[in-house]
Design a protein around this ligand. Sequence first.
Ligand SMILES: [Zn+2]
Length: 590
Amino acid sequence: MSGSPTSQVVLVELVHVHSQGSAADVMDAFHVDMQQLLANPELAMETISNRAEQCLVDKSVTRLTYLDDEGDWCTLHKDTVHDAVQFAIALQPEAVGVEIRKLQLRVVTSDKKSEATSTEQIQELNKLSEGTDARRLIPKLAAGCLRIVEESQQPALFVLIDLLLSLREGDLKAESVPSAIPQFVAAFAELSEDSVSSILARVREEAQKAVEELRQEQASEAQGQEAKEVEVHPHVICDGCEVSPLIGARWKSLTQNDFDLCEACFGEEERDPAAWARVKSQVRGSVVSSFYGPPEASLQAGGCNTVAVHGPALAAFEASEQKSSTTTTTTTHSKSEDQAEAAPESSQQEEKPAFKEELEATVAKEALRSLLSHPDDAVRAAAALALRSAQQGCDVQMTEEEQPGESDEDLDSEWAMADAKSLVSSEPDEAAAVSPLLNKPSAAVVSGAPLVLGVEAEDGGAQGDVTAEFGAVLAGAGAKQAFRLGRVALPTSDDPTKAVPICAKLVVVNDGAVAWPETTSVALVSGDAFGFPQMQLGALSPGEAAELIMDLSLPARPQPGAARSSWAILDASGTPLGPILLLEVFWTAQ
Ligand SMILES: [Zn+2]
């Protein structure tokens, strides 16, 4: 047999396929060296395309196809040149030593006019979709195009269905659209000129629809985002431009009473940063604060029912508290307002110690209560254990059956001892508790507005910093400031539904060197919550301030009496950041 032929030649025959594949005629035929063709398929593609283009007048080549061994017309590109040659038909050699194969290529063309139209179309689409997210626009466009394919029932477009489905479902990302364009062009090339223009018109419609839809989606998302992010200060009026509620940053004067500015008004002139506090509001468009209604059930402080020891402990608390409340009534009733506000070293020596002692016991109990409702199981257990051992030591039986009436003077002092023990056992870092270290989150109340009271209530005017009265006890409990929200007098009433609303507003500042944790909250530590068990304050940077608005509801009482509640600013571990807020309520017979 003979060896390999000396020369291998490919006869390339270009056949023009008109739209719809109706008629076909040979445009051109030429010989190329097979080895050269296979050695540089890129150059071969260019050569063949150029020859095809030269034969066309007002059309351009969109694709070249070859027939494979299964009878399918496949697209010729540099990677399929080898295949195409393989499947080319071997011709009878004209001379010995020459191998010739005929490669028939179909030239698929498009009108230059419609090509220009589609370029315009793309530019138009680009302009239309400006400012929208292409990754989200593409699936919508694909859905629109699928509708067009379905409506038009043009078989030439059916090849696009898989591609469009992938785009609509997001399996094929917007980034891969450029690589899919040849498929669209090829499909359109199969259409008649009339079909192309009517389908392009439909594409324009669908594109407009998709862009409009996406614009609306993006706009409403932006609005939702804004509503969530905007800080709202309900019931606060900017004293510069009188906008209310104040929205965004709020600057509160520390030198003028009840003077707030919005960010714009604050920025209008140079101001002394020391005289202003940036007040943060927890109120965001969708955030429910105590201001807009009753606190959510999940906000109920402490999780009392989850602490086994808490039931009896609470009963004992209430017992001792009732007692101490009564004491408060008698002592404070015998004093004038000035005396109550006087410093400990004032002349009221004979009354002060008893009052102070009683308050000290209360504060210690408050600390114990916060330990007993501590979120950490270990801390709660330690507090409970200390409480039990203290109780056993004092031979006091703590049972569910115990009645508040059974408590007496001795029990009260024993309680003070139990409080002290539990505090020591669960607070090993006593030094840190006594003087908060610089790297610990710290808070202080810088100012308070007068209480806003329902008509029946009377403000005793005792609002302000009362740290001096509590000093040592506060330090023992890890707190460093006592701030009295007020002392409110209410008439007794037989109507149990007659609650009196009051509102306490105060400014709390981060006076430490580190930001508060996000979990920072103000929570009830003793007494009646008066409808305000807990509220999250959130993270505050050093030097930043937050306005705390406490909407309280004071219940009616038929008998004269007194009650004191206290709240503390705590982190998630129940460690006080500084202030303890006190509210004293008196019910007096008319
Ligand atoms: Zn303003």
